[in-house]
Write a protein that binds this ligand. Structure first.
Ligand SMILES: NC(=O)c1ccc[n+]([C@@H]2O[C@H](COP(=O)([O-])OP(=O)(O)OC[C@H]3O[C@@H](n4cnc5c(N)ncnc54)[C@H](OP(=O)(O)O)[C@@H]3O)[C@@H](O)[C@H]2O)c1
Length: 214
């Protein structure tokens, strides 16, 4: 499948390489496709990887992954052009973080709304699925923890889109729990805050969530 990655940070680089390793063709979008880190990522990732403007990556992808700084996301969506994303599955990895008072960051939006819902409102014709936001990027691909694979919580309004994303997550080694509609992002984004605050308390990102059942 052709996959567009909107974002050049650690998440975009890790997920882009992960999809390329699964055999997908990946185009990484940014404001400047010639910036050094993008050129280095394309070189390192190999023949399945390419880069372009946000709109080029959005148009290219049959499925698109949004992995941008929350504060820049509305701009990214404008640059990508919602028409290039219409009808497509859009994976939203974003945590709406406010770093204005330093670290650990605070949630910029929450409890009665979420970044996931806002992204779906900005992209009314896309099928937004929240995923990957409750774990650090070093463990997004093939997470290995004592006690078995952690759980990836996802949500979104379109069941078929969630099935597609579940298939990709399983290929990366995740167990997947569907939490329901995109409004569940109100709880997945604060859950990421728990992950982030534990990161700052322990100075380690080697933790992930699992729901125990019997
Ligand atoms: N880091 C993690 O481990 C982790 C884990 C879970 C979820 N997340 C979430 O994943 C998302 C990506 O995180 P990240 O650390 O990989 O990258 P990031 O540094 O949060 O975002 C980098 C991307 O944001 C774009 N950007 C920033 N400001 C912009 C603006 N004003 N207009 C347009 N584009 C703008 C940059 O575009 P250019 O390329 O053009 O500069 C770049 O592609 C974040 O929302 C984060 O909360 C991160």
């Amino acid at each position: 499948m052709k996959i567009g990655i909107l974002g050049t940070g650690e998440v975009g680089q890790v997920l882009g390489a992960g999809f390329a390793n699964l055999g997908h063709e990946v185009k990484m979008g940014s404001r400047d496709p010639n910036q050094e880190k993008v050129k280095a990522w394309v070189n390192k990732t190999g023949a399945k990887a390419s880069s372009g403007a946000f709109a080029e990556a959005a148009a290219y992808g049959e499925l698109v992954v949004l992995c941008t700084l929350w504060a820049g996301t509305e701009n990214v969506i404008r640059l990508a052009d919602p028409r290039n994303l219409a009808g497509k599955v859009v994976i939203d990895t974003i945590n709406p973080l406010d770093f204005s008072a330093g670290v650990p960051p605070k949630l910029a939006i929450g409890h009665t709304d979420s970044a996931g819902e806002q992204v779906q409102r900005w992209l009314p014709d896309s099928r937004v699925v929240k995923a990957f936001n409750t774990v650090g990027n070093p463990h997004m691909i093939k997470p290995e923890f004592p006690g078995g694979p952690p759980d990836m919580f996802i949500c979104g309004n379109d069941d078929q889109a969630k099935e597609t994303v579940t298939g990709l997550l399983k290929a990366f080694g995740w167990s997947v729990i569907d939490m329901g509609g995109i409004e569940e992002a109100r709880y997945l984004e604060p859950l990421a805050m728990l992950w982030i605050h534990h990161y700052f308390r322990t100075n380690s990102g080697n933790h992930a969530f699992k729901l125990l059942r019997k």
